[in-house]
Design a protein around this ligand. Structure first.
Ligand code: SF4
Length: 347
């Protein structure tokens, strides 16, 4: 109950609210990281960075951001590119649906223009409430709060809320927003979550808004961890090695849709099914590759066989991280090496 009173006191007091905003903005001006997407007002570059940051950490996103902008510096270039080329440049960043959506978004924007409001941006492919708010506030100065995982954690701790409802969080974030410079404000709150109010080790002793925080006594209690079930699955991949390259196929819709990869199958009959698909009776067991997706831990048994059919240069096709792990496993094998110790599928 006491915490509710503390929360109401400063959130509803304009002077206290202003003091909170000043404390955070002063800290941000001193401690903000110098990131390339913070040096531009170009909506395209800001949008690309926000889409990347949806599921990629800042340190990793830096390289992918630079590579993507070098290849596709504006909406027009991206719209005219082939999807396969877009996926190839995105390769390694993961969550390839983001790249396909960006490509479709660029085609829409090139034809119809870029919406400059939160509501308009929300209608574009792959743009959810967070990304729309981030782009609208940072690129166009619209006073709309962006609530990502960092902001959710900071607000939950400020309010000592174990399980804050999304709508209540958005309302609180909107109430805190500095309307004079909403883009800087949103980035400041996210930066606090990235650098100070971190998930496991919040640095409350040097937090600029500690005097406002109801959760600082036991910060890691807030918010309660979300339980996300991670399914386990097993699969078999078949690497067919020719003189000039390996056999690759373009995947349809699904987890790795649009990317190229090795033939793969799941289930108890996976290996016999793959062998019979290519008219083979045996293959060599090469090793096991493990790969974690956000919702899935996949273990892949990799088999190899020599191949005289069509092959591809894997360096010229967009491969997923999983397929690149498989490629690394077989990188040293030659067709003659694959003829040793073949393994026939279990009867
Ligand atoms: Fe987070 Fe601690 Fe700052 Fe509260 S005082 S916002 S828990 S870092």
């Amino acid at each position: 109950m006491g915490r509710r009173i503390v929360r109401a006191q400063w959130l509803n007091d304009p002077q206290e609210l202003r003091r909170f905003q000043r404390a955070l903005l002063f800290w941000y001006a001193q401690h903000r990281r110098d990131l390339p997407w913070r040096r531009t007002r170009d909506p395209y570059a800001i949008l690309v960075s926000e889409v990347l940051l949806q599921q990629t950490r800042v340190e990793q996103a830096l390289g992918y951001y630079a590579r993507f902008l070098a290849a596709f510096p504006d909406f027009e270039t991206l719209a005219q590119a082939r999807e396969e080329e877009v996926l190839r440049i995105w390769a390694g960043a993961g969550y390839y649906r983001r790249a396909r959506n960006l490509h479709r978004l660029a085609q829409r924007v090139t034809a119809e223009g870029l919406p400059r409001t939160y509501a308009g941006l929300l209608g574009l492919p792959g743009i959810g409430p967070y990304t729309a708010a981030a782009v609208a506030s940072v690129a166009f100065g619209e006073p709309v709060a962006a609530v990502d995982g960092n902001v959710r954690r900071v607000l939950a701790r400020l309010l000592a809320a174990r399980d804050p409802r999304p709508r209540a969080l958005r309302a609180t974030a909107q109430a805190l927003l500095d309307p004079a410079d909403p883009g800087t404000w949103n980035q400041a709150l996210m930066e606090l979550g990235s650098l100070v109010c971190t998930p496991r080790d919040p640095k409350c002793a040097c937090c600029p808004v500690a005097s406002f925080c109801a959760g600082k006594g036991e910060p890691t209690r807030y918010p309660a961890p979300r339980r996300r079930a991670q399914r386990r699955a097993e699969a078999v991949a078949l690497v067919l090695v020719g003189e000039e390259g390996v056999y690759l196929e373009r995947r349809g819709d699904g987890l790795l849709g649009g990317l190229w990869g090795f033939p793969m199958a799941e289930g108890p009959e996976a290996l016999p099914a793959l062998l019979s698909r290519f008219g083979l009776t045996e293959a060599l067991f090469l090793g096991t590759v493990r790969h974690a997706f956000s919702h899935l831990r996949l273990t892949v048994e990799v088999y190899g066989a020599p191949w005289v059919g069509p092959t591809e240069d894997p360096g010229k096709r967009p491969l997923s991280s999983l397929d690149r792990k498989i490629l690394a496993l077989v990188a040293r094998l030659t067709p003659s090496g694959l003829r040793a110790e073949p393994r026939t599928p279990p009867a």
